[in-house]
Design a protein around this ligand. Structure first.
Ligand code: FMN
Length: 188
């Protein structure tokens, strides 16, 4: 993998069309610096339904090409970490079976092929959950297949699967620390 001279690697953040912790994910994106956003077609719609704005000063890649052209950026060494949050059942299922036919599933696949660490906030974590619909909280009952797919994703190399916003914050902090330690000069 080549690294562009003078360009410090960035976070890549992929948003799917899952409403689960959608607004909280946007808040975390706004708190990060050096982040590029990859937004699925469904996420564009969900953004409007939850009346959310993406940060104005962030580079945003939309799902407009069949080949997911922007994911070529992973091959340029521009990213140290991919965060997929929130990750819909659809994206997790495709990712687990190696399917990459959308912008976000392509980000996950190409991150894997470029050995870029991925942090995925999978939405389907328990047989019964409360999720935030555009009009307020609703109960949701992920199916056995959804829970199995989340479990399978945990077995992927170079992938951290988190199940709550707190775990996501911790995983981002741990990744930051790891990157800082890697960049620090070694004594002696
Ligand atoms: C308001 C709204 C909320 C949604 N929330 C969820 C959700 O919490 N989890 C989920 O898996 N899908 C959810 N969906 C459905 C996804 O948007 C849909 O499966 C879509 O195909 C996902 O595409 P993507 O994975 O490419 O983003 C929601 C859809 C809408 C309209």
């Amino acid at each position: 993998m080549s690294v562009k001279k003078g360009v410090y690697p960035r976070w890549a953040w992929a948003l799917t069309g899952s409403g689960h912790f959608f607004t909280e994910s946007i808040a975390l994106i706004k708190a990060l610096d050096a982040v590029d956003l990859f937004v699925s077609k469904a996420a564009e719609e969900v953004l409007r339904m939850y009346k959310q704005e993406l940060p104005a000063d962030t580079r945003i890649f939309h799902e407009t090409t069949a080949s997911s052209a922007p994911v070529g950026r992973f091959y340029e060494g521009l990213y140290h970490t991919l965060v997929v949050s929130p990750a819909s059942s659809n994206t997790v299922a495709k990712a687990v079976f190696g399917i990459s036919d959308t912008l976000v599933t392509n980000c996950f696949a190409q991150a894997g092929k470029c050995r870029v660490h991925a942090i995925v906030f999978a939405c389907d974590t328990a047989p019964e959950m409360i999720t935030m619909a555009p009009k307020g909280p609703v109960p949701v009952y992920p199916r056995r297949i959804d829970l199995e797919n989340t479990a399978k994703l945990k077995e992927f190399d170079d992938t951290t699967v988190v199940e709550s916003i707190r775990e996501l914050e911790d995983a981002i902090a741990a990744r930051r620390l790891h990157l800082a330690e890697k960049a620090a000069p070694v004594d002696g």
